[in-house]
Design a protein around this ligand. Structure first.
Ligand SMILES: Cc1cc2nc3c(=O)[nH]c(=O)nc-3n(C[C@H](O)[C@H](O)[C@H](O)COP(=O)(O)OP(=O)(O)OC[C@H]3O[C@@H](n4cnc5c(N)ncnc54)[C@H](O)[C@@H]3O)c2cc1C
Length: 475
C-alpha cells in the first residue's frame, strides 16, 4: 500500500514540502495538503486592483538562494521573474522627521547624518570591544549597544528589526536573527573584522575555484544582503503560489481545517472539517506547516512540553495599507525602495515601501503605489482598528514625509493576525528542544517560518531539506 502523507497548511512552506515530496516519491505516495483558508499561499497573495498590483505579504525575495531558483525552474516560471530597479538599492531612514539614505559604503557611512559624529566614533571603536562568551544568547539591542553603541540600536537596528520581523529589538535573539553578526564576533572578536575577513576569504575562494557552475545567472553568491537583488514575478509573488497550486491541484484541499490529530497504531488520525462537516482521515506521516502556536494543539496530547515550547514562539501581527495615488499627488519623487521608521520618531507606522519604484508594473501609467506597515511587536493590537482608522493613520504619518497633494485613488487594508514568528531570546535552545522532541514522535514533522528563518527563501530551503529526509525514510 502507498504511504499516505498529510501536509497541514498550504503556505509557501507546506506547498514547497509537497512539491518536493511529489518530485522525489512520485506516484509512490498518496499526498494531501490541507489548507483552512479559501486559497493556498498563506501570507503570500497578490491582487491587481484598479490597475495597481497589491501584495498581501512579501514583495519579493533575494537572489541568493539556489533552492528558490531550482523551485522556480522546476515550475517553469523562470521567464516570469522581474528584477528590482537599481533605484531600489536606495533605502532610507526617518530621523528627526527627515529622510536619510542608509549608507552602503564606508565613505557613505562617514558622510551620513543617520548618526551624529559621537555615535560614528563609538561605531568605529567596535574592533576594540572585547568579545562575549559564545553560549549566552543576547537580545539584538544588547548586542548592538555593546558593540556599536546605543544610538546604533535606536536609529538603525530598531527600525531594521521592525522592517524584517515586525519585531522588538529588545526581545529578538541575536543568535537567531542576525546570526552572522554573532558568528563574526565569536570567530574574529569583532563584527567589522569579521566582515573584512569574510570578504577576503570569499574572493580567495572564488579565485581558486574559478567561475562556479551556477543554478542561474541571476543567482548571487554574495553573503552581503545589501549587494543582493530583490526579485519578484510580473504579476507579483502569487505567481509562485499559483504555479505550485496548479502543479499540486490533485493534492491541495482548500477551505479544509485540521481540527485535531491523534496517534494511532500506524500513523495518525486527523479530524478534518470542511463545509460538509467533520470526518476522520488517516495518514502515515504528517507535516505540520502552520505557525508554531497553531501547531501546538496538535501535539499537546503527544508531548505537552513540545506543545509548550511551540506556544512560546509567538507571532506578531501586522497590517499592510496599500495606497495608490496619481503621480502628481505625491510631492516626493519616491526615488528608492522606501523608508523605515525608528520607534523614537513617535510615529505609529513602521515603514513605507515605494512599491511602484521597486518593480515595474505595480501601478497604472502616471500613478504610484505605496505600502505602509502598521502593527508589529510594539503595537500588537493595531490591526484591530477599522479600515478607515488604519488608512487615516497611514496617510497622516506618510503625508508629513512625502507630501500628499490629493486623495488616494486606491485604499487597500490587509491584516495578518499571525504575521511573523518572533525569534526571541532563547530561540536557538527552544528550537533544539523542539527538534529533539519532534524526532521522538515517529512520522511527525514541523515545517514553516517559525523555526529556521522567516524569509520565503528560508521556507523554501527548509521545505526541500525536510522533504528529502522524509523521502529517504519512505523509500
Ligand atoms: C506583511 C509581510 C511581509 C513580508 N515580507 C517578506 C519579504 O519581503 N520577503 C520575504 O522573503 N518574506 C517576507 N515575509 C515572510 C514570508 O512571507 C513568510 O515567512 C512566509 O510566506 C511564511 O510561509 P509559511 O508557509 O511558513 O506560513 P504561512 O504563510 O503562515 O502559512 C501557513 C498556512 O497554514 C494554514 N493553517 C493554519 N492552521 C491550519 C489548520 N488547522 N488546518 C489547515 N490549515 C491551517 C494557514 O491558513 C496558512 O495558509 C513577509 C511576511 C508578511 C506577513
Amino acid at each position: 500500500m502507498k504511504t499516505s502523507i498529510a501536509v497541514v497548511g498550504a503556505g509557501v512552506s507546506g506547498l514547497a514540502v509537497a512539491h518536493n515530496l511529489k518530485k522525489l516519491l512520485g506516484a509512490g505516495v498518496d499526498l494531501t495538503v490541507y489548507e483552512k483558508g479559501e486559497r493556498p499561499g498563506g501570507a503570500i497573495y497578490s491582487k491587481r486592483i484598479n490597475g495597481f498590483l497589491v501584495e498581501w505579504g512579501p514583495n519579493g525575495f533575494l537572489n541568493n538562494e539556489p533552492a528558490t531558483f531550482e523551485l522556480i525552474k522546476e515550475l517553469g516560471i523562470r521567464d516570469r521573474l522581474v528584477v528590482s530597479s537599481d533605484t531600489a538599492r536606495k533605502r532610507f531612514l526617518l530621523i528627526g522627521g527627515a529622510l536619510h539614505q542608509i549608507p552602503l559604503s564606508p565613505p557613505g557611512f562617514l558622510a551620513t547624518k543617520v548618526l551624529p559624529l559621537s555615535a560614528k566614533l563609538r561605531f568605529a571603536m567596535e574592533p576594540f570591544i572585547a568579545k562575549r562568551g559564545a553560549d549566552k544568547d543576547e537580545s539584538v539591542a544588547d548586542f548592538v549597544a555593546r558593540r556599536f553603541g546605543r544610538m546604533a540600536v535606536e536609529r538603525m537596528f530598531d527600525p531594521l528589526m521592525s522592517g524584517i520581523y515586525a519585531g522588538d529589538v529588545n526581545a529578538l535573539s541575536i543568535q537567531s536573527t542576525l546570526k552572522v553578526f554573532h558568528e563574526m564576533e565569536q570567530e574574529r572578536g569583532s563584527v567589522v573584522r569579521g566582515m573584512f575577513a569574510r570578504i577576503k576569504q570569499r574572493r580567495a575562494e572564488e579565485r581558486k575555484s574559478g567561475a562556479q557552475a551556477k543554478v542561474d545567472e541571476l543567482v548571487s553568491t554574495s553573503k552581503n544582503p545589501m549587494s543582493n537583488k530583490l526579485l519578484s514575478f510580473a504579476e507579483g509573488m502569487n505567481e509562485l503560489i499559483a504555479a505550485l497550486a496548479e502543479e499540486l491541484r490533485d493534492h491541495v484541499r482548500s477551505g479544509v481545517t485540521i481540527e485535531s490529530l491523534q496517534r494511532v497504531e500506524k500513523g495518525f488520525d486527523l479530524v478534518v472539517r470542511d463545509g460538509s462537516g467533520a470526518q476522520t482521515a488517516h495518514h502515515d506521516i504528517v507535516v505540520i506547516a502552520t505557525p508554531p502556536e497553531q501547531a501546538a494543539p496538535f501535539v499537546a496530547g503527544l508531548d505537552a512540553t513540545l506543545a509548550q515550547r511551540l506556544t512560546e514562539i509567538k507571532s506578531s501581527t501586522i497590517a499592510v495599507i496599500g495606497l495608490g495615488f496619481k503621480g502628481e499627488d505625491i510631492a516626493n519623487p519616491l526615488d528608492g525602495f522606501g523608508y523605515l521608521i525608528p520607534r523614537k520618531e513617535g510615529v505609529r507606522s513602521l515603514g513605507v515601501l515605494w512599491s511602484s519604484s521597486i518593480f515595474p508594473g505595480r501601478a497604472p501609467v502616471g500613478h504610484k503605489l505605496l505600502q505602509i506597515m502598521i502593527g508589529g511587536a510594539h503595537d500588537l493590537r493595531a490591526i484591530e482598528a477599522d479600515d478607515q482608522t488604519l488608512v487615516e493613520t497611514a496617510m497622516r504619518d506618510a503625508d508629513r514625509v512625502l507630501g500628499f497633494r490629493g486623495a488616494p485613488v486606491l485604499q487597500n487594508v490587509i491584516r495578518h493576525k499571525n504575521g511573523i514568528p518572533q525569534y526571541n531570546l532563547g530561540h536557538k535552545a527552544r528550537l533544539r528542544e523542539i527538534q529533539q522532541r519532534t524526532q521522538g514522535i515517529d512520522g511527525l514533522h514541523l515545517a514553516g517560518n517559525g523555526y529556521f528563518g522567516i524569509s520565503a527563501n528560508d521556507c523554501i530551503r527548509h521545505a526541500r531539506e525536510l522533504a528529502g529526509r522524509i523521502a529517504e525514510g519512505v523509500r
